[in-house]
Write a protein that binds this ligand. Structure first.
Ligand code: AHR
Length: 684
C-alpha cells in the first residue's frame, strides 16, 4: 500500500471520535499539516478622519476652531463686546488670533465663548487642562487679565460657571498660559467662556484698568488622556483600538488623502512639529453628502503623523501610511480635468520626495533633516516603518493609465532610495468590474508588494464570496483588504435603514473572513472601515466604534474583528468538508469555516460561521500525528443573537458580545446554533 495513504488512514483513525450522527457535517482539520504563515499584520485598523473620527473624536481637544482659522473664523465661537480678529499672530501657518478690547462701558463685557464639538462635555471632579497663548498688545500697559470659565447655561443656580480660573497676562511677548479647571458637576453641553477682566478680576472696570489682550490657540483637554499624554488622545477610544490588538494601522485615509483639490489633499509635512503651527485643512467629509452637511468639519492635524506612529507603537502595530499619488479624488475630478486636478507625471517630484522624506521622518537618524523633526518631537529612536501605500482609490482609464503611470514613478524612486520599504498600490474602489480588472494585473507588472482592495458590499455579496481568494494568483503581489464592511440592504421593521452593524451583517463579515484566513498566503492584511463615528456627526455608516462626547460602544462587527485578531494563530491548517473548502458552497448548508494553529500557544483554533437558519451538528475531526499529545483544554467562544437586527448602542453597549465557555477537550461533536459564529480553541 502507498505509504502516504497509510499515514492518512492512521491520521484519520486517530482524529475520529466515533460514528457520525446523521446530518452531521464533518470538518476535517489537518492539524499536522500547517500551511501558510499568518502574517502578524493580518488583522488591523484603518483610521480616517471621517464621522468626526479625529477632531471631535479620538483627538481629545475640546475647543473647536481653536486658532480662528476656519473659513468663517467665528465658527464655534460666540463673541460679545469689542473683539477683533487679527492676522499677524505668532504662528506663521495659523496667523489669526483675537484681540479683546475694553467693552466701552464698565458693566458691559468683552468675551468669547467656544461651544466645542457638539458641546463641551465635562465630568464632575475631573480635571481639564486649559491653555492659551496670550500677550498684552504694545502700548497697552504691562498686564492684562481674563477669567476662563466652564459654563452650564442650563444650571439651576444663580451662576452658570461650573469651574473657573483667573489669569494675569504679563508682557508683550506671546507666552503660553495654563490653568486646571475642575467642574463641580457633569455637563454634556458646557461652553468655555473667556471674559476680559480688570485688575481686580471683577467687572470690566474702566478703560484704565481693563487692558486689551491678545489670545491665540485656545485649548482644553481632559487631564486623563490615553497614556496620560498632554494634548493627547481620548482614553476610551484609544483603548478600544488597543483592545483589538491590531497588527497593522493604516492612516490617514481614505478619501481625505486625495482631497477635492490638490490644495486640500492630505500633506503629512503639515501635520508634524508644534501643534500650534500645523496649518488647518478642510475636511472633504464636510460637504461630501449635501444631505449630511457639516460646515464646521475641518482637520486641525492635532492628530498628525507623529501621533499616528506613536499610536502604532503603543498598539504594537506596523504603521501603514497612505500618501497622495499626485491625483485628487477621481470621482470628483474625472480625468478631463487632469491638468487642474491631477499633477502631470513630469511634475511629480515633490510628491515622490514627500514619500522619501516620510521614510526619513519615520526611520532616519536624528542627524537627518526629517529624523531631527521626529527627534525634536520626543522620539529619537526610529519608528521602524516598513510599509507605504501610494494612492487611495485611484484607477486607470481605458485610454489613459492615469494612476499606474504615476505609481510607476514612485515605485522607481522608492525601490532605489528606500529598498526596504514594501510598496502598496491600489485596485481602486471596487472589488470587481472594469476598474478592478484593469488594475489587478498592472499591480503585478509594476511589481508592488501588496495592493489595496476595497469592498463595501451587501449581504449576498459577503455570502457568495467565501472563495474569493482561493483563486488568486499565488505569484503576484499580496492582498491588503484595506476597506470592507457588509452594508445591510433595506430597512428594519421600524423603518430604520439597516446600516448600523446589526448582528446579521457582522455574522456575514465573520463568515467571509474565514476565506481571508484560509488564504493567508495571499492576504496579508485586512482592515474594516470606517473605524469611528460620532453619533451626532457621522457621514458614513456602518462603522466599527461609535461614540458621543462622553461614551462609546463597540459594534458587533468590532467583536468579529477582535475574535479574528485575538485568535489569528501563526499558520493556516487545511480544513475541508467532503474534500472542499467550507465557504458556504452548494451543499454546505450555509457553513463557513477555517482553522489555524498557534505554534506559540500550542493551540488549534477553528472558526465556524453558521449563516443558515438551522442549527447544525459538526464533527471537528482533528487529524493529528499518532504521537501528538492530546489536547488538555478547550473552550468555545460564541457570538450570537436571536435577533438578527440587534445592535449595540450607547445605552446598551454590550447587547451582543462574544461569550466564552470551557468544554471537554476530547469532545468532537458540537452543535452550532442557527446564525452563529463560533471559535473553538483546543490547546495542549
Ligand atoms: O471609508 C470611507 C471611504 O470609503 C474612504 O474614505 C474611501 O477610501 C472609500 O471610498
Amino acid at each position: 500500500m502507498n505509504k502516504n495513504l497509510i499515514s492518512l488512514i492512521t491520521l484519520m483513525s486517530i482524529g475520529m471520535a466515533g460514528p457520525l450522527t446523521a446530518g452531521t457535517h464533518q470538518l476535517d482539520i489537518q492539524t499536522a499539516k500547517p500551511g501558510a504563515q499568518i502574517q502578524p499584520t493580518m488583522y488591523g485598523i484603518f483610521f480616517e478622519d471621517i464621522n468626526y473620527g479625529a477632531d471631535g473624536g479620538l483627538y481629545a481637544e475640546m475647543v473647536k476652531n481653536r486658532s480662528f482659522e476656519f473659513e468663517n473664523p467665528w465658527t464655534g465661537w460666540n463673541v460679545t463686546g469689542k473683539v477683533e480678529l487679527r492676522n499677524d499672530g505668532p504662528f506663521e501657518r495659523n496667523p489669526h488670533y483675537v484681540r479683546l478690547n475694553y467693552s466701552g462701558h464698565r458693566v458691559k463685557h468683552t468675551a468669547i465663548e467656544n461651544t466645542g464639538f457638539f458641546g463641551i462635555s465635562v465630568k464632575k471632579d475631573e480635571t481639564y487642562k486649559f491653555s492659551v497663548w496670550a500677550r498684552v498688545p504694545e502700548g497697552a500697559g504691562d498686564k492684562a487679565y481674563f477669567e476662563v470659565q466652564l459654563c452650564d447655561q442650563a444650571l439651576d443656580l444663580n451662576q452658570h460657571k461650573i469651574a473657573a480660573a483667573k489669569i494675569e497676562v504679563v508682557g508683550h511677548e506671546w507666552k503660553k498660559y495654563e490653568a486646571d479647571l475642575t467642574p463641580f458637576e457633569t455637563c454634556e453641553e458646557a461652553t468655555l467662556r473667556i471674559f476680559l477682566r480688570n485688575a481686580k478680576f471683577r467687572k470690566p472696570g474702566s478703560a484704565d484698568d481693563c487692558r486689551p489682550l491678545d489670545l491665540e490657540h485656545v485649548s482644553l483637554f481632559p487631564a486623563k488622556t490615553w497614556k496620560g499624554r498632554p494634548g493627547g488622545m481620548r482614553e476610551d477610544l484609544a483603548q478600544a483600538l488597543c483592545d483589538l490588538h491590531p497588527g497593522i494601522f493604516r492612516f490617514p485615509g481614505g478619501c481625505i488623502v486625495e482631497g477635492t483639490d490638490l490644495t486640500d489633499r492630505y500633506q503629512w509635512k503639515n501635520t508634524v512639529g508644534p501643534v500650534e503651527n500645523r496649518p488647518l485643512n478642510l475636511n472633504r467629509w464636510q460637504y461630501e453628502f449635501d444631505y449630511r452637511f457639516y460646515p464646521d468639519y475641518h482637520q486641525s492635524y492635532g492628530l498628525g503623523f507623529f501621533e499616528y506612529f506613536q499610536l502604532c507603537e503603543d498598539f504594537g502595530a506596523e504603521a501603514l501610511p497612505v500618501l497622495n499619488c499626485g491625483m485628487t479624488c477621481q470621482y470628483e475630478n474625472p480625468i478631463e480635468g487632469e491638468a487642474t486636478y491631477h499633477v502631470a507625471v513630469d511634475d511629480l517630484d515633490p510628491y515622490i520626495q514627500d514619500a522619501v522624506d516620510l521614510v526619513e521622518f519615520a526611520n532616519g537618524d536624528p542627524s537627518t533633516t526629517w529624523g531631527k523633526v521626529r527627534a525634536d518631537m520626543g522620539h529619537p529612536e526610529p519608528f521602524g516603518l516598513k510599509f507605504l501605500a501610494i494612492g487611495n482609490e485611484q484607477w486607470d482609464y481605458e485610454d489613459n493609465p492615469a494612476y499606474t503611470k504615476r505609481l510607476r514613478r514612485f515605485v522607481d524612486v522608492l525601490r532605489q532610495k528606500c529598498p526596504d520599504i514594501k510598496i502598496i498600490g491600489t485596485t481602486g474602489p471596487d472589488s470587481e468590474g472594469e476598474k478592478f480588472e484593469r488594475l489587478q494585473p498592472r499591480m503585478k507588472e509594476l511589481g508592488v508588494d501588496l495592493y489595496d482592495e476595497h469592498f463595501y458590499r451587501n449581504e449576498e455579496w459577503f455570502l457568495s464570496h467565501g472563495l474569493r481568494y482561493d483563486t488568486y494568483d499565488r505569484k503576484g503581489p499580496k492582498v491588503f483588504a484595506g476597506e470592507y464592511a457588509c452594508h445591510g440592504k433595506g430597512k428594519y421593521a421600524d423603518g430604520k435603514e439597516k446600516k448600523c452593524n446589526h448582528f446579521e451583517t457582522s455574522l456575514y463579515e465573520a463568515a467571509f473572513l474565514t476565506g481571508v484566513e484560509r488564504n493567508a498566503d495571499v492576504v496579508w492584511m485586512a482592515t474594516y472601515a470606517p473605524l469611528f463615528a460620532h453619533v451626532k456627526g457621522w457621514q458614513w455608516r456602518p462603522d466599527l466604534i461609535w461614540f458621543d462626547n462622553m461614551r462609546s460602544f463597540r459594534s458587533i462587527s468590532y467583536y468579529v474583528q477582535q475574535l479574528y485578531s485575538w485568535y489569528k494563530g501563526t499558520r493556516v491548517l487545511p480544513l475541508t468538508m467532503a474534500g472542499k473548502p467550507v465557504a458556504g458552497q452548494e451543499g454546505q448548508d450555509g457553513l463557513f469555516a477555517s482553522a489555524v494553529v498557534d505554534e506559540q500557544q500550542n493551540c488549534v483554533i477553528i472558526k465556524v460561521a453558521n449563516t443558515s437558519a438551522e442549527p447544525q451538528t459538526l464533527n471537528l475531526n482533528l487529524l493529528q500525528k499518532k504521537k501528538a499529545a492530546q489536547f488538555t483544554s478547550a473552550e468555545v467562544i460564541t457570538l450570537h443573537s436571536d435577533d438578527l437586527d440587534a445592535e449595540n448602542s450607547l445605552d446598551n453597549p454590550t447587547k451582543v458580545t462574544p461569550v466564552k465557555a470551557p468544554f471537554d477537550p476530547a469532545q468532537r461533536e458540537v452543535e452550532i446554533g442557527a446564525k452563529t459564529f463560533q471559535v473553538y480553541v483546543f490547546c495542549r
